[in-house]
Design a protein around this ligand. Structure first.
Ligand SMILES: [Zn+2]
Length: 340
């Protein structure tokens, strides 16, 4: 029954898989193309867990890439990536919660569209005068109706009473229509807001630089020290300075190569020079910082990581001076459309 959906999803993915998109571009596609398909199907069907798992797998394989039949290593958990930017993610719609949000519409309809044919049918033939809030899943009900009851239970479990659940339903109303995004916000899992979200996701930052910044902030890059903890046999040697072991702190803040880059960039944008992630975040949060400073920080993370990968996978090296020019050019092009 669900195979056509999964096939269509895979076909859409394969169309884009060889386009050499950045992670940022891929996340946009995951949200628009892939979940567009889910939107069509998920509005009337509560997907079984196994289907949700398969959809998630297709999305993850696409985002992280497949190499030799296995997904590339990543340390960024899918659930975290699906969180809103404010909570440290990138705002991909989580399939299960999005599916539930769409199905909540039927409970909403019972209260807000009394004249609709479906509502009249449900009240007359299924509820038979009972309130939806006391309805139970039974084997005599259809699978579809039991899913509607499941969504009622989901709403009740958020706050515990039917009156509060009805208030939640009211929050899903926008100009007399059902607002799926508002429902999604009710049923999705939540995380604590992160202080650095405005630094990473500023409008001045290029999306692909923001994505690398997000990976740095979440300590999710496939750094050699981490890969070794996963059982890979690798030589742990920083390819930027060639004299220390590679971990996150070293690559971006302690490495002599990165320090030269960061010192030049910090001077260029008038930021205090500091060599730890915490102190840099504090420097941004304690004072009002401009878009150029945010963009330069994210670009520095991105191009230092790119230089590291270029040395490992292509054997190509750039000096720290050259990399500074690349960073300044990228930031200037992003902000002003030119680089003098
Ligand atoms: Zn180094």
């Amino acid at each position: 029954m669900y195979q056509p959906l999964l096939d269509k999803l895979k076909a859409s993915i394969q169309h884009w898989a060889n386009k050499n998109l950045s992670y940022a571009g891929k996340t946009l596609l995951v949200n628009s193309v892939i979940f567009g398909l889910n939107n069509f199907w998920g509005a009337s069907i509560l997907f079984p867990k196994v289907v949700i798992k398969k959809i998630n797998k297709i999305c993850k394989d696409f985002l992280w890439g497949i190499s030799d039949g296995t997904r590339r290593h990543t340390f960024l958990k899918w659930q975290l990536l699906c969180s809103p930017k404010l909570e440290g993610g990138i705002g991909i719609k989580e399939v299960l919660s999005w599916n539930c949000a769409q199905m909540v519409k039927w409970v909403w309809k019972l209260h807000n569209k009394p004249q609709s044919i479906w509502t009249r049918w449900a009240h007359t033939y299924v509820l038979k005068g009972q309130s939806i809030w006391i309805a139970r899943q039974t084997i005599s009900n259809s699978w579809y109706w039991n899913n509607v009851v499941k969504m009622k239970d989901l709403l009740l479990n958020i706050d515990g009473s039917s009156s509060l659940a009805m208030q939640l339903l009211e929050r899903c109303t926008h100009h007399a229509r059902f607002d799926t995004n508002a429902a999604y916000d009710l049923v999705r899992s939540r995380r604590e807001p992160v202080p650095w979200h405005s630094i990473v996701h500023g409008n001045s930052c290029h999306p692909k630089n923001s994505f690398t910044g997000l990976m740095v902030m979440n300590d999710s890059l496939p750094i050699v020290a981490k890969l070794i903890t996963r059982g890979l046999f690798l030589v742990n040697r920083c390819v930027l300075c060639e004299c220390s072991m590679e971990d996150l702190h070293h690559v971006f803040f302690n490495c002599s190569y990165s320090r030269q880059v960061w010192a030049a960039v910090a001077t260029w944008v008038h930021l205090p020079l500091s060599f730890s992630l915490d102190s840099i975040v504090q420097a941004f949060l304690s004072e009002s910082r401009n878009g150029k400073q945010r963009a330069s920080l994210m670009a520095s993370f991105h191009f230092i990581w790119k230089e590291r990968n270029s040395r490992i996978f292509k054997g190509a090296k750039s000096s720290s001076d050259s990399l500074c020019i690349v960073i300044k050019r990228a930031v200037s092009l992003r902000l002003y459309g030119s680089f003098a």
